[in-house]
Write a protein that binds this ligand. Sequence first.
Ligand SMILES: C[S@@+](CC[C@H](N)C(=O)[O-])C[C@H]1O[C@@H](n2cnc3c(N)ncnc32)[C@H](O)[C@@H]1O
Length: 220
Amino acid sequence: MKRSGMPRPDPAAFIRANLPISRVPSIPEILLHTAGPASGLWRLAGRRQADAPPYWAYPWAGGAVLARHLLDRPEIVTGRRVLDLGAGSGLVAIAAAKAGAATVMAVDVDANAIAAISLNATINDVTISAVAADILDAPPPEAADLLVVGDLFYDPSLALQVMTFLRRCQASGIEVLIGDPERAYLPLGDLSRVATHAVADFGASTGGKAVQAGVFSLRQ
Ligand SMILES: C[S@@+](CC[C@H](N)C(=O)[O-])C[C@H]1O[C@@H](n2cnc3c(N)ncnc32)[C@H](O)[C@@H]1O
């Protein structure tokens, strides 16, 4: 599709060419195509207000803390069907697959994220089913035992929608784990802290410095 007179590049080809592969800080087990200053992400992300910010191009603290937790405690995922909601780069999904999950599905609303997840799964030698969808208003997924959610509480209305969906999933018997560096809209009163790890953050306020991020379950 032509936009502003310029053709939008193929996401997978663009990511391969412009987002170098690097190890994730705090998670040396995982490699990701990661954006840097020379990536020119705007060429892929688009300039319309309606275009989603390219959050998928970075590993976020919420995802990093969950990935660290699953890799350190593989028994959480071993043999289970894991769904990574708001998967971004696929960091948490990849950690779940490496830790021994039976199946891993990664869901994100951004088609560029889906391209990145597929490439990142390949370079980490794991199998992930990457799906472009908004499932927040859908019934709880049938093919999931564990729902993992990394850094999805950065926007007030999204946070409310996510919590409503997570409550429905919990009521249907799906375990929920959230990773988050306590961003503004994380509903701490509804959560129990399971673990804390120091991980790098790409949030603007911390400038990439390490933060103490938490892994949380939902209170009953
Ligand atoms: C801050 S990033 C976190 C990515 C990854 N989980 C991590 O921690 O590195 C948030 C991601 O959630 C996705 N997202 C936003 N709203 C969503 C929705 N309703 N359903 C699924 N994904 C969504 C965005 O496209 C983005 O990739």
